[in-house]
Write a protein that binds this ligand. Structure first.
Ligand code: ZN
Length: 158
């Protein structure tokens, strides 16, 4: 890493402070495990209750096919997941694409500490992507954006 780039990077104590802010800020936001119907449309996410209902509904509609509740942990997605039926927030990890989208969004539209959803998004970006690229990671641009955003957030709060 070039010395010039390093200076801009968020330091260890700053990282800890930001992580605490993001996790405290998102405490008011509740997420539920992400599920989908096995045998159904795997692209549609549900909370557990709605998924059970949906699997029942499909089983009645197509008695000769098999449907069951799938998912529940270790899921990841290109954006925050919501239950298709009731709109509950679902607990997924962010893909690299989702991390990039969130960071770009906050760089463009600003980040609000008082907004639980904003804090949750940043918590998930950090827990999914980390602060540092893996060695030889081609995606340095994302980490530069992440650190630029966090520098901005730190400046706005001081
Ligand atoms: Zn639901």
């Amino acid at each position: 890493m070039a010395e010039k780039t390093k200076e801009k990077y968020i330091t260890e104590p700053e990282r800890e402070w930001l992580e605490k802010i993001f996790s405290d800020g998102s405490e008011c936001v509740e997420e539920f495990p992400e599920h989908w119907v096995y045998g159904g449309d795997g692209g549609i996410s549900y909370c557990l209750e709605c998924c059970e209902k949906e699997a029942d509904k499909l089983s009645k509609k197509h008695p000769d096919e098999e449907f069951s509740v799938d998912g529940g942990c270790g899921t990841s997605g290109d954006s925050q997941a919501f239950c298709e039926s009731c709109g509950k927030l679902l607990n997924n990890d962010f893909t690299q694409y989702a991390c990039e989208t969130e960071v770009d969004h906050f760089l463009e539209h600003g980040f609000d500490f008082a907004c639980g959803d904003d804090c949750l998004s940043m918590s998930k970006v950090i827990s999914s992507a980390g602060w540092e690229p893996y060695p030889h990671d081609a995606n340095l641009g994302f980490y530069n954006s992440l650190h630029r955003l966090c520098r901005k957030i730190l400046e706005e709060t001081n």
